[in-house]
Design a binder for this molecule. Structure first.
Ligand code: PAF
Length: 284
Protein backbone atom coordinates (compact mmCIF):
# COMPACT_ATOMS: atom_id res chain seq x y z
CA UNK A 1 0.00 0.00 0.00
CA UNK A 2 1.13 3.57 -0.75
CA UNK A 3 2.46 5.36 2.35
CA UNK A 4 0.14 8.08 3.72
CA UNK A 5 1.52 11.52 4.56
CA UNK A 6 -0.29 13.70 7.07
CA UNK A 7 0.50 17.28 8.04
CA UNK A 8 -2.62 17.94 10.11
CA UNK A 9 -4.13 16.43 13.25
CA UNK A 10 -7.55 15.65 11.65
CA UNK A 11 -5.77 13.77 8.83
CA UNK A 12 -3.90 11.59 11.33
CA UNK A 13 -7.04 10.92 13.35
CA UNK A 14 -9.02 9.99 10.26
CA UNK A 15 -6.36 7.55 9.01
CA UNK A 16 -6.01 5.94 12.45
CA UNK A 17 -9.79 5.64 12.84
CA UNK A 18 -10.05 3.94 9.43
CA UNK A 19 -7.32 1.48 10.48
CA UNK A 20 -9.20 0.72 13.69
CA UNK A 21 -12.42 0.16 11.75
CA UNK A 22 -10.48 -2.42 9.70
CA UNK A 23 -9.65 -4.12 13.02
CA UNK A 24 -5.97 -3.07 13.02
CA UNK A 25 -3.99 -2.24 16.15
CA UNK A 26 -1.90 0.92 16.00
CA UNK A 27 1.86 1.08 16.55
CA UNK A 28 3.61 4.44 16.88
CA UNK A 29 7.26 5.46 16.52
CA UNK A 30 7.79 9.12 17.46
CA UNK A 31 10.97 10.56 15.92
CA UNK A 32 12.68 13.81 15.11
CA UNK A 33 13.69 12.46 11.71
CA UNK A 34 17.29 11.97 10.48
CA UNK A 35 16.31 8.34 10.63
CA UNK A 36 18.89 5.56 10.92
CA UNK A 37 19.04 1.84 11.66
CA UNK A 38 18.07 2.50 15.29
CA UNK A 39 14.77 4.03 14.15
CA UNK A 40 14.38 1.26 11.56
CA UNK A 41 14.61 -1.31 14.37
CA UNK A 42 11.77 0.48 16.23
CA UNK A 43 9.68 0.59 13.07
CA UNK A 44 10.30 -3.13 12.46
CA UNK A 45 9.18 -3.93 16.02
CA UNK A 46 6.00 -1.89 15.42
CA UNK A 47 5.50 -3.63 12.05
CA UNK A 48 5.83 -7.07 13.69
CA UNK A 49 3.48 -6.29 16.57
CA UNK A 50 0.80 -4.04 15.14
CA UNK A 51 -1.37 -3.71 12.06
CA UNK A 52 -1.06 0.03 11.33
CA UNK A 53 2.30 1.73 11.82
CA UNK A 54 2.56 5.49 12.32
CA UNK A 55 5.88 7.38 12.39
CA UNK A 56 6.00 11.03 13.39
CA UNK A 57 8.81 13.23 12.10
CA UNK A 58 8.88 16.42 14.14
CA UNK A 59 11.94 18.30 15.38
CA UNK A 60 10.43 19.43 18.65
CA UNK A 61 11.67 22.94 19.53
CA UNK A 62 10.66 22.77 23.20
CA UNK A 63 13.14 20.02 24.04
CA UNK A 64 16.15 22.04 22.84
CA UNK A 65 17.91 24.55 25.09
CA UNK A 66 18.68 28.06 23.78
CA UNK A 67 22.30 27.10 22.94
CA UNK A 68 21.53 23.68 21.51
CA UNK A 69 21.35 22.42 17.94
CA UNK A 70 17.65 22.99 17.09
CA UNK A 71 18.28 25.04 13.97
CA UNK A 72 21.11 22.88 12.65
CA UNK A 73 19.40 19.57 13.59
CA UNK A 74 19.42 17.50 10.36
CA UNK A 75 16.12 17.39 8.44
CA UNK A 76 16.68 15.03 5.48
CA UNK A 77 12.95 14.56 4.92
CA UNK A 78 13.07 12.77 1.54
CA UNK A 79 15.59 10.22 2.87
CA UNK A 80 13.46 9.72 5.97
CA UNK A 81 10.42 9.12 3.82
CA UNK A 82 12.35 6.61 1.71
CA UNK A 83 13.33 4.70 4.87
CA UNK A 84 9.70 4.71 6.04
CA UNK A 85 8.58 3.39 2.64
CA UNK A 86 11.24 0.66 2.71
CA UNK A 87 10.08 -0.36 6.22
CA UNK A 88 6.40 -0.44 5.13
CA UNK A 89 5.24 2.35 7.42
CA UNK A 90 1.54 3.10 6.87
CA UNK A 91 1.42 6.77 7.89
CA UNK A 92 4.02 9.50 8.36
CA UNK A 93 2.93 12.48 10.44
CA UNK A 94 5.09 15.52 9.69
CA UNK A 95 3.43 18.53 11.34
CA UNK A 96 4.55 22.16 11.26
CA UNK A 97 5.61 23.68 14.58
CA UNK A 98 2.40 25.74 14.85
CA UNK A 99 0.27 22.63 14.38
CA UNK A 100 1.76 21.22 17.58
CA UNK A 101 2.23 24.55 19.37
CA UNK A 102 -0.47 26.95 18.11
CA UNK A 103 -0.53 30.51 19.35
CA UNK A 104 -1.67 30.53 22.97
CA UNK A 105 -0.30 27.07 23.77
CA UNK A 106 0.43 26.96 27.50
CA UNK A 107 0.49 23.53 29.07
CA UNK A 108 3.60 21.57 30.05
CA UNK A 109 4.10 18.10 31.46
CA UNK A 110 6.68 17.72 34.21
CA UNK A 111 7.92 14.41 35.54
CA UNK A 112 9.98 15.60 38.48
CA UNK A 113 12.68 13.52 40.12
CA UNK A 114 13.26 11.33 37.04
CA UNK A 115 13.87 14.49 34.97
CA UNK A 116 16.21 16.29 37.32
CA UNK A 117 19.54 14.51 37.16
CA UNK A 118 21.92 13.48 34.39
CA UNK A 119 20.46 14.66 31.07
CA UNK A 120 18.01 16.85 32.95
CA UNK A 121 20.81 18.64 34.82
CA UNK A 122 22.79 19.31 31.63
CA UNK A 123 19.72 20.13 29.55
CA UNK A 124 17.31 22.10 31.78
CA UNK A 125 13.74 21.86 30.48
CA UNK A 126 14.61 19.06 28.05
CA UNK A 127 12.38 16.40 29.57
CA UNK A 128 9.51 18.83 30.03
CA UNK A 129 9.67 19.40 26.27
CA UNK A 130 9.91 15.67 25.58
CA UNK A 131 7.08 14.66 27.93
CA UNK A 132 4.82 17.42 26.63
CA UNK A 133 5.30 16.61 22.95
CA UNK A 134 5.08 12.84 23.50
CA UNK A 135 1.79 13.20 25.39
CA UNK A 136 0.45 15.46 22.64
CA UNK A 137 1.52 12.97 19.97
CA UNK A 138 -0.05 10.12 21.96
CA UNK A 139 -3.28 12.12 22.15
CA UNK A 140 -3.20 12.74 18.41
CA UNK A 141 -2.26 9.23 17.27
CA UNK A 142 -3.87 7.26 20.13
CA UNK A 143 -1.55 4.28 19.63
CA UNK A 144 -1.91 0.89 21.30
CA UNK A 145 1.88 0.53 21.37
CA UNK A 146 4.66 3.13 21.19
CA UNK A 147 8.29 2.29 20.53
CA UNK A 148 11.35 3.96 22.05
CA UNK A 149 15.06 3.15 22.02
CA UNK A 150 16.97 2.15 25.14
CA UNK A 151 19.70 4.51 23.93
CA UNK A 152 17.65 7.36 25.47
CA UNK A 153 17.26 5.51 28.77
CA UNK A 154 16.27 8.49 30.89
CA UNK A 155 13.73 9.61 28.27
CA UNK A 156 12.24 6.12 28.38
CA UNK A 157 11.87 6.24 32.18
CA UNK A 158 10.30 9.70 32.05
CA UNK A 159 7.77 8.57 29.43
CA UNK A 160 6.96 5.32 31.24
CA UNK A 161 6.32 7.28 34.44
CA UNK A 162 4.14 9.83 32.63
CA UNK A 163 2.11 7.07 30.95
CA UNK A 164 1.59 5.34 34.30
CA UNK A 165 0.77 8.50 36.26
CA UNK A 166 -1.63 9.93 33.67
CA UNK A 167 -3.32 6.61 32.73
CA UNK A 168 -2.34 6.92 29.09
CA UNK A 169 -3.75 3.83 27.35
CA UNK A 170 -0.55 3.14 25.39
CA UNK A 171 1.88 0.33 26.00
CA UNK A 172 5.46 1.62 25.92
CA UNK A 173 7.87 -0.81 24.25
CA UNK A 174 11.61 -0.37 24.69
CA UNK A 175 13.95 -1.69 21.99
CA UNK A 176 17.69 -2.35 22.33
CA UNK A 177 20.29 0.23 21.31
CA UNK A 178 21.59 -0.39 17.79
CA UNK A 179 25.36 -0.04 17.47
CA UNK A 180 28.00 0.28 14.78
CA UNK A 181 30.42 -2.64 14.46
CA UNK A 182 32.87 -0.97 16.88
CA UNK A 183 30.13 -0.35 19.48
CA UNK A 184 29.25 3.32 18.86
CA UNK A 185 25.53 3.76 19.52
CA UNK A 186 23.62 4.98 16.47
CA UNK A 187 22.41 8.55 16.83
CA UNK A 188 21.17 11.20 14.44
CA UNK A 189 23.93 13.41 15.88
CA UNK A 190 26.72 11.02 14.79
CA UNK A 191 26.57 12.69 11.40
CA UNK A 192 28.02 15.87 12.95
CA UNK A 193 31.25 14.04 13.91
CA UNK A 194 34.44 14.52 11.89
CA UNK A 195 36.27 11.31 10.91
CA UNK A 196 38.62 11.82 13.85
CA UNK A 197 35.80 12.47 16.34
CA UNK A 198 33.91 9.46 15.01
CA UNK A 199 36.99 7.38 15.83
CA UNK A 200 37.28 8.96 19.30
CA UNK A 201 33.58 8.53 20.13
CA UNK A 202 33.90 4.76 20.60
CA UNK A 203 35.50 5.52 23.98
CA UNK A 204 31.97 5.77 25.44
CA UNK A 205 31.00 2.19 24.65
CA UNK A 206 34.45 0.83 25.57
CA UNK A 207 34.28 2.52 28.98
CA UNK A 208 30.77 1.15 29.56
CA UNK A 209 31.87 -2.38 28.66
CA UNK A 210 34.90 -2.14 30.92
CA UNK A 211 32.65 -1.01 33.77
CA UNK A 212 30.31 -3.93 33.07
CA UNK A 213 33.25 -6.33 33.31
CA UNK A 214 34.30 -4.85 36.63
CA UNK A 215 30.77 -5.26 38.06
CA UNK A 216 30.56 -8.80 36.73
CA UNK A 217 33.93 -9.47 38.33
CA UNK A 218 32.35 -8.53 41.69
CA UNK A 219 32.93 -4.81 42.26
CA UNK A 220 29.87 -3.43 44.07
CA UNK A 221 31.10 0.10 44.71
CA UNK A 222 29.20 2.76 42.77
CA UNK A 223 32.03 5.23 43.35
CA UNK A 224 34.65 2.88 41.95
CA UNK A 225 32.55 2.09 38.84
CA UNK A 226 31.72 5.75 38.33
CA UNK A 227 35.41 6.67 38.65
CA UNK A 228 36.39 4.01 36.16
CA UNK A 229 33.86 5.32 33.63
CA UNK A 230 34.90 8.93 34.15
CA UNK A 231 38.64 8.19 34.02
CA UNK A 232 38.42 6.04 30.90
CA UNK A 233 36.33 8.63 29.05
CA UNK A 234 38.44 11.60 30.17
CA UNK A 235 41.59 9.76 29.09
CA UNK A 236 40.22 9.66 25.52
CA UNK A 237 41.41 12.18 22.96
CA UNK A 238 39.23 15.17 22.06
CA UNK A 239 36.48 14.42 24.59
CA UNK A 240 34.85 16.42 27.37
CA UNK A 241 32.87 14.37 29.88
CA UNK A 242 29.49 15.69 31.02
CA UNK A 243 28.62 12.84 33.40
CA UNK A 244 29.18 9.19 34.17
CA UNK A 245 26.30 7.77 36.22
CA UNK A 246 25.79 4.41 37.90
CA UNK A 247 22.19 4.29 39.12
CA UNK A 248 19.21 2.07 39.79
CA UNK A 249 17.70 1.41 36.35
CA UNK A 250 14.16 2.07 37.58
CA UNK A 251 14.46 5.05 39.93
CA UNK A 252 17.61 6.54 38.32
CA UNK A 253 18.80 7.22 41.89
CA UNK A 254 22.37 6.56 43.01
CA UNK A 255 22.91 3.59 45.27
CA UNK A 256 25.94 2.19 47.05
CA UNK A 257 26.60 -0.72 47.32
CA UNK A 258 25.26 -1.68 43.91
CA UNK A 259 22.40 -4.17 43.62
CA UNK A 260 19.57 -5.20 41.28
CA UNK A 261 19.26 -3.79 37.77
CA UNK A 262 21.71 -0.97 37.14
CA UNK A 263 21.88 1.69 34.47
CA UNK A 264 25.36 2.87 33.54
CA UNK A 265 24.87 6.11 31.60
CA UNK A 266 27.38 8.54 30.13
CA UNK A 267 27.34 11.79 28.19
CA UNK A 268 30.28 13.53 26.58
CA UNK A 269 31.08 16.14 23.99
CA UNK A 270 33.30 15.67 20.96
CA UNK A 271 33.84 19.20 19.73
CA UNK A 272 30.34 20.69 19.57
CA UNK A 273 28.64 17.28 19.28
CA UNK A 274 27.14 15.86 22.43
CA UNK A 275 26.62 12.10 22.58
CA UNK A 276 24.99 9.88 25.19
CA UNK A 277 25.16 6.14 25.72
CA UNK A 278 24.22 3.60 28.37
CA UNK A 279 24.06 -0.08 29.20
CA UNK A 280 22.05 -2.02 31.75
CA UNK A 281 23.79 -4.48 34.05
CA UNK A 282 21.92 -6.97 36.22
CA UNK A 283 23.52 -7.92 39.52
CA UNK A 284 22.47 -11.45 40.50
O1 PAF B 1 13.78 10.53 20.98
C1 PAF B 1 13.38 11.44 20.20
O2 PAF B 1 13.66 11.43 19.01
C2 PAF B 1 12.54 12.58 20.75
O3 PAF B 1 12.92 12.92 22.03
C3 PAF B 1 11.02 12.27 20.69
C4 PAF B 1 10.66 11.10 21.57
C5 PAF B 1 10.61 11.99 19.25
C6 PAF B 1 10.23 13.49 21.18
O4 PAF B 1 10.48 14.61 20.39
Amino acid sequence: MEILLAKTIPDVRQAVQSARRRGQTVGFVPTMGALHEGHASLIRAARRETGFVVVSIFVNPTQFGPNEDFTRYPRPFEQDLALCRAEHVDLVFNPEVDTIYPTGFHTAIDVPSLSENWEGAFRPGHFRGVATVVLKLFNIVAPDFAYFGQKDAQQVRVIQQMVRDLNVPTDVRVCPTVREADGLALSSRNRYLSAEQRHQAVVLFRALEEARALIEYGDRSAVSIQNLLANRIQAGAGVTLDYAAVVDADTLQSQDPLRGMLLLAVAARFGSTRLIDNIEVQIR
